[in-house]
Design a protein around this ligand. Structure first.
Ligand SMILES: Cc1ncc(COP(=O)(O)O)c(C=O)c1O
Length: 385
């Protein structure tokens, strides 16, 4: 049996090897501070869990339509109106098994084999692999602190070629936590439109912004793809539920693809998510958002004090992307050393692309303030020695 050629391009998450080693060390009795994990440490809010259990007891165990429960699509449309003051027709909202599926559907509907998809480097690792799966080429835009780790119109113009089928943005970004300005989104939208290419904006970390309200790209136009999820702000990673908002003309295309690829998002999760927008859940989620902010406000100056280079204060997500060249130019070896010798797990830059990955690491503040304090203490001791 052969392994398909495309498999050679698809990379695993390097941090998984590190996580496995961390678990091994823990099993042998070592204490590890986890700052590598990209999901909230909080469990799903209780009203959402209760709604999921209720759905199961009521026998809601069959498929929903491929585009999602009509009631949930309406609830998401109301959310856009309440939160952003943006009117979105429920018919343009497609419920998906996580943002992961939304990204794949949008790319599959836009990209031909051999096309290019532009994206920020550093960026979310799976995006490159989604593109490889379509026998297309991811093309990184090397971004740095000078533009808040987000692509500018000048950079996009410079990286553009005729075979670019889509531009993929994320705001706030993983791994940098930085936001795109509404004006930049507008410029990038207008430019991609003029080139006949699609614009996809991943807003999965919306809701987790600190002291600043992120604007949705849907305020710019209806003719772009927005990806979102119940994973991060709503704390529902394991329920595998997200959504996308697509241009009207693409609804039948996405519907057709969703029917074929996964039939529907998990039914129980969709019923549970209806409760995620209730006042009780939102109050819990907002309090958690404030806790994330408190963690960021502790960790950021503490890491700078230790000698990590974090030139931009991230406005969102739960990550700090830090230069580590004062300690090492091999962030993979450095992350392994920190794990083995200091008992602190972080993610090496290599997972996020090829733009100076050896000189960067990502810290996730998805653990308690107490654990973060202990992590900083351990790092301080180790780095001083
Ligand atoms: C930027 C970004 N997009 C998409 C995803 C996928 O999330 P999910 O499929 O759980 O919604 C993640 C997960 O970490 C992410 O960081």
């Amino acid at each position: 049996m052969k392994i398909a050629r495309r498999m050679a391009s698809i990379q695993p998450f390097h941090v998984m090897a590190l996580l496995a080693r961390a678990r091994e060390l823990e099993a042998s009795g070592r204490s590890i501070v986890h700052m590598e994990i990209g999901e909230p440490d909080f469990v799903t809010p209780q009203p959402v869990i209760d709604a999921g259990i209720r759905a199961l007891s009521e026998g809601k165990t069959h498929y929903t339509p491929a585009t999602g429960l009509p009631l949930l699509r309406e609830r998401i449309a109301e959310f856009y109106l309440d939160r952003y003051g943006v009117k979105v027709a429920p018919g343009r909202i497609i419920v998906t098994p996580g943002a992961s599926s939304g990204l794949q559907l949008a790319l599959a509907a836009l990209v031909n084999p051999g096309d290019k998809v532009l994206m920020a480097d550093p960026g979310y690792p799976c995006n490159r692999n989604f593109v490889y799966l379509l026998n297309a080429e991811p093309a990184g835009i090397p971004v740095d602190a000078t533009s808040g780790y987000q692509p500018t119109i000048e950079q996009v113009e410079q990286c553009w070629s005729q075979d670019v089928a889509a531009l993929l943005l994320a705001s706030p970004s993983n791994p940098t936590g930085t936001l795109l300005q509404a004006e930049t989104i507008r410029q990038l939208f207008e430019y991609s439109q003029a080139q006949g290419a699609g614009l996809i904006v991943d807003e999965i970390y919306h809701g987790l912004t600190y002291g600043i309200a992120a604007e949705t790209a849907l305020a710019v136009s209806d003719e772009l793809f927005v990806i979102n999820s119940f994973s991060k702000y709503f704390g529902m990673t394991g329920w595998r539920l997200g959504w996308m908002v697509v241009p009207q003309d693409y609804v039948p295309e996405i519907d057709k693809l969703a029917q074929n690829l996964f039939l529907a998002a998990p039914t129980m999760a969709q019923y549970a998510a209806l409760a995620a927008f209730g006042d009780e859940s939102i109050a819990i989620l907002e309090a958690r958002r404030d806790e994330f902010r408190e963690r960021r406000d502790f960790l950021l100056p503490a890491l700078r004090e230790l000698g990590f280079d974090i030139p931009v204060t991230p406005d969102g997500a739960f990550y700090l992307y830090a230069g580590c060249s004062r300690f090492s130019d091999d962030s993979y070896a450095f992350s392994n050393q920190l794990l083995e010798e200091a008992g602190v797990a972080i993610t090496p830059g290599v997972d996020f692309g090829s733009n100076e990955p050896g000189r960067h690491v990502r810290f996730a503040y998805t653990t308690s303030l107490e654990n973060l304090r202990e992590g900083v203490r351990r790092l301080g001791e180790y780095l001083k020695a």
